[in-house]
Write a protein that binds this ligand. Sequence first.
Ligand code: C2E
Ligand code: CA
Ligand code: CA
Length: 545
Amino acid sequence: MCHLWIEAHPEVSYKTDKRVIKQLSKLLKSEPSLADFFYNYIEKLTHQQQLQTKHLVQVFQRQQNQQALRKAYELIEILVEERTAELLKSNMLLKQEIKERHSAQARLVNIAFHDALTGLPNRMQFMERLKQTAERAKSYGNLFAVLFLDLDRFKVVNDSLGHTIGDQLLVALAHRLQTGLRSGDILARLGGDEFAILLEEIQGIKDVIDIAERLQQQLAIPFHLSGYEVFSTVSIGIALSTTRDDQVENLLRDADTAMYRAKALGKAGYKIFDTAMYAQATELMQLEIDLQHAIEHQEFIIHYQPIILLETYKVIGFEALVRWQHPQQGFVSPDKFIPIAEETGLIVPIGYWVMREACRQLRAWQEQFPTNPPLTISVNISTKQFSQPDLIGQIRQILQETGVEGRSLKLEITESAIMENTESATAMLLHLQQMNVQLHLDDFGTGYSSLSYLHRFPTNALKIDRSFVMNIGVNGENLEIVQAIITLAHSLNLDVVAEGVETVEQLAQLSLYKCKYAQGYFFSKPLNSKLASTLIASELNFESN
Ligand code: C2E
Ligand code: CA
Ligand code: CA
């Protein structure tokens, strides 16, 4: 048996001479129980040897790799030097150039990680540091927090005092924030008037609140900038590392969500991201995903709300209003999903789908129910859509495809959509005018209400927002606004459409002021295409009888 395992273990046999084997055999014959012990011992020994060998091989390989790498670097350096020297024979300026290139590279790296205006770390560096902190926290279990800061009314400072003072404010503010932090904390400028702070190693939420309150106190003192006394407050959103255990990137997003909440509750406050907000945020994220799915699976339909000419009380056309039939949640209101679609850009494909489908339906109605003038369709255009450079081309194509005339299409655009695209707006609107497409200013009175552009932009009608129409008859205040809008429209030679008309009192007042068109539950709710067809047919029947 002794021979057997010596044969099975050649690694020990080379130091084992025949004499030892003989003695061993003898020993085992007199004491057979030793066989097991001996066998186990050898097993253990060989296992350890194997591990050691493996380790040695690994170390060796690593060393070889490093050596090879080092050699390669050395070789490259020699080659570069040789080549440079060679070129310097030919050009002395080259040396300077190379030097400059090196410092430019260093500057580039610096730029990539810093904000140019304030010199603070930028978003990229902040995310990098955040990841590192999260890694450390995973190993040591320490707590950290992210603060999202957004200036209140920065736009007002910029608009009234100019961009130079605006920039000065950001620099001064960055400086003041920095002095309010502990040495290990990181302050970054994310862009615009948004800043972020990473608080490493905190004991608990109280530390974070103390810091947030201290920062806000420091900002209560006015800034003196180029002779102006500027007041500035910030809204702060706080996210603690404990609220999430998934991707650390989401912490900044959570802090942003909390910041918005702080802003909504009044400026100059702070808000801590909590589980309720988390649930809302995930619901929103899910809705985003579902919305993408909805486009692919055509879960949208259009409802049509009739628009009435008040002189004759006849339906002259419809407003197309999109509806989303969610497979699980059922009907989702456009007030809920249009803002998400707008934010994610999904509004662009949705918007074109609505326009194409609405125009196709209109053409079918125009053929089935010929009237003079032909029925019209009003389609809502969101801000994002209005900024699409190929909007005109798309509209032209849809009109061509569906056979709808430009004059039958009314685009409803909000004042803010125009104000946010002032540069491209004029050219775009002139193009539309050339195509005879009508332009209606939606939600009029709720936006910027900058009257000067009404002259500049070719508009056909103002649509009085339903929030004004709603309170006619309840108090006199809105009545005056409605009257003012109608008077303004008349003096500019524009038509007026009142939306959200629900009562006979509202209708009476609007007729009194000579409002031309109206729309609202008083006449009809938005209808599906079949019911809308029935409505048109019954009107025509009524006429012929
Ligand atoms: P909007 O353009 O101001 O549309 C009018 C909204 O008022 C519609 O809500 C309509 O159903 C509702 N409404 C009409 N008459 C009455 C009334 O008498 N009383 C009350 N309380 N409400 C009335 P809806 O359909 O929920 O749409 C909400 C908003 O969603 C729209 O406001 C519009 O901004 C947006 N939207 C709807 N469809 C589209 C679309 O296809 N594209 C874009 N970009 N936005 C759309
Ligand atoms: Ca509208
Ligand atoms: Ca409206």
